[in-house]
Write a protein that binds this ligand. Sequence first.
Ligand code: ADP
Ligand code: 5GP
Length: 193
Amino acid sequence: MENKRGVLFVISGPSGVGKGTLRKELFKRMEGLTYSVSCTTRQPREGERDGVDYRFIDMETFMNYVKENKFLEWAKVHGNYYGTLESDVRKLLDEGHDIVLEIDVQGALQVKNKMPEAVLIFIMPPSEEELIKRLDRRGTENDRELEERIKNAKKEILESKKYDFIVVNDDLKKAVEELEKIFENVKNKMRKN
Ligand code: ADP
Ligand code: 5GP
């Protein structure tokens, strides 16, 4: 039987909105999704594992990958560099895997440019106050970093109109269910084409 090409899902949204939480919940509920692990120059947070959460690389390696055109997309986000390796994504899609990228808005729009068939989903906070609370509660950033992330959130939200879907992450369970429905509908539609 012919192996159908996989679907590329791209999830973005402000830092602290709950992208990672939602993605992990979604992966528990849905089978057959593959998460594409990004490269970053940021330092690992407590509990983060190299090759699982990110590939933690230094600036020199990152810039070599840029020069060698290895990234499908890359961007500077909140002062650190992040990128998705193109070879990984294309190989997995060709093998028929559905892939999830969790990347920022600049990266998502680069992906859409190169691969218009990618499905862009924006995770929206219920309010600015709630977003600040979540970032605060997570406690992984210092005050300066927190301020930078909140400032960026406003810019990112303005770009949400360029996305195919918007999911408000108010109640976690409802948001996961909505996300799952989007994934199912897109996959069914693509399978019929
Ligand atoms: P992101 O990956 O977008 O930066 P996280 O997944 O790390 O965000 O979530 C940030 C914080 O918000 C975490 O402490 C997480 O437990 C919490 N959180 C996520 N979704 C919700 C929700 N729907 N309601 C309340 N808290 C949430
Ligand atoms: P964090 O440092 O909190 O893990 O991530 C910060 C931001 O970088 C988030 O918005 C996250 O989605 C984004 N990000 C993570 N990986 C990539 C990537 O490979 N490319 C781009 N453009 N952004 C990424």
